[in-house]
Design a protein around this ligand. Structure first.
Ligand code: CA
Length: 222
């Protein structure tokens, strides 16, 4: 999953980027509201974390303009601790959730996981399940019928995306755009290698190849 973090507090942004990357998210970071206004609506993000106190254009205005332009990406806003008025304004402007500063990074991660599931119509699942597999996002481990199957960081990242989009044909370029951030080299051969590793671990039929179109996750589990 690819996230945009808009936060002008550099030490906080650094900490959040590291935490999010450890959880397998590709993160693009911006510190200015003007840049966010443009990039947030032109790149295919899965979720946006938006600070409200920003240079350039204030976060509330950025959010209102995104929504007015038809952007449906889930947005979690970061607000000052005491400002209930800001939180209300943020929710009215189209935020999906909020966190008040200071917050524990773990809480941000859990809220992001939950928002991403909700955005995919999986709000009823406390954890991610598809095709007989159960993904533990905290431990970055998948299990089937109670048996753990270990994953590398790259396999976890890819499998999570598949499990959030079961039965959909996903092209390699779509996957690359949503798994890697703007600065990473997007190599479709690397993607093929990870798909093959996942098949070896989970069974060949879990990920089908549709020639010329891409991959489809969620076939019959062997
Ligand atoms: Ca700020």
């Amino acid at each position: 999953m690819r996230l945009l973090l808009v936060e002008d507090n550099v030490p906080l942004a650094d900490e959040l980027i590291q935490g999010l990357q450890r959880q397998g998210y590709a993160v693009d970071w911006l510190a200015d509201g003007r840049d966010a206004l443009y990039q947030g609506s032109s790149e295919p993000y899965d979720l946006i974390v938006l600070d409200l106190g920003l240079p350039g254009v204030p976060g509330l205005e950025v959010l209102a303009q995104w929504r007015a332009g038809g952007l449906v990406t889930p947005v979690l806003i970061l607000t000052a601790r005491s400002s209930w008025a800001e939180r209300i304004e943020g929710l009215k402007a189209g935020a999906d959730d909020y966190l008040s500063k200071p917050f524990h990074p773990e809480e941000l991660l859990l809220r992001i996981q939950s928002l991403l599931r909700r955005a995919r119509g999986l709000a009823n699942q406390p954890t991610l399940e598809a095709a007989g597999l159960h993904l533990d996002e905290g431990r970055q481990c998948v299990s089937r019928a109670g048996e753990d199957i270990q994953l590398t960081a790259a396999e976890f990242r890819l499998l999570r995306y598949f499990m959030l989009h079961p039965q959909q044909i996903l092209s390699k370029s779509h996957l690359a755009e949503h798994l890697y951030n703007g600065e990473t080299e997007r190599d479709s051969n690397v993607l093929e290698v990870h798909v093959n590793h996942l098949r070896r671990k989970l069974g060949r039929s879990v990920i089908e190849t549709h020639r010329g179109q891409g991959y489809r996750f969620g076939g019959v589990v062997e």
